[in-house]
Write a protein that binds this ligand. Structure first.
Ligand SMILES: [Zn+2]
Length: 135
């Protein structure tokens, strides 16, 4: 897939912190319960930490108890790219930013009690938050 934002590996390394690079560009996973945005409850939007594309709205964030920021849907189906991921010997669905291809986390069909039943389990370090009323 061709992304709107297309940077070389060297550019990403320069722009992102080492921790951000490990997650966003190498599909790493931050330790649970460590993310800055885990307990963020203000109204606003969550954007990609690599390219600033809008990804999630605060109204879809819920407390899943898994230790990572969780949302039941993205701002738009086209905002994220879903990729089958069979690493670790488990069938999972990877979630990437559709604008720059950076790794965000995984989506699981266990968002029990939410309107979609999905749980977008996101690395906090992959996201930035902007306060904005009405979201
Ligand atoms: Zn992005």
């Amino acid at each position: 897939m061709a992304y709107n934002v297309d940077k070389s590996d060297a550019q990403w390394r320069e722009e992102l912190s080492p921790d951000q690079y490990a997650v966003l560009r190498q599909a790493g996973t931050e330790r649970p319960w460590t993310g800055e945005l885990l307990d963020e409850e203000r109204a606003g939007v969550y954007t990609c930490a690599a390219c600033n594309a809008e990804l999630f709205k605060s109204g879809t964030k819920f407390d899943s108890g898994c230790g990572w920021p969780s949302f039941y849907e993205s701002v738009d189906p086209d905002a994220v790219q879903l990729i089958e991921d069979n690493s670790l010997g488990v069938a999972r669905t990877e979630v990437r930013c559709a604008n720059c291809g950076s790794h965000l986390g995984h989506v699981f069909p266990d968002g029990f009690g939410t309107p979609t039943g999905d749980r977008y389990c996101m690395n906090s370090i992959s996201l930035n938050f902007s306060e904005k009323s009405g979201e």
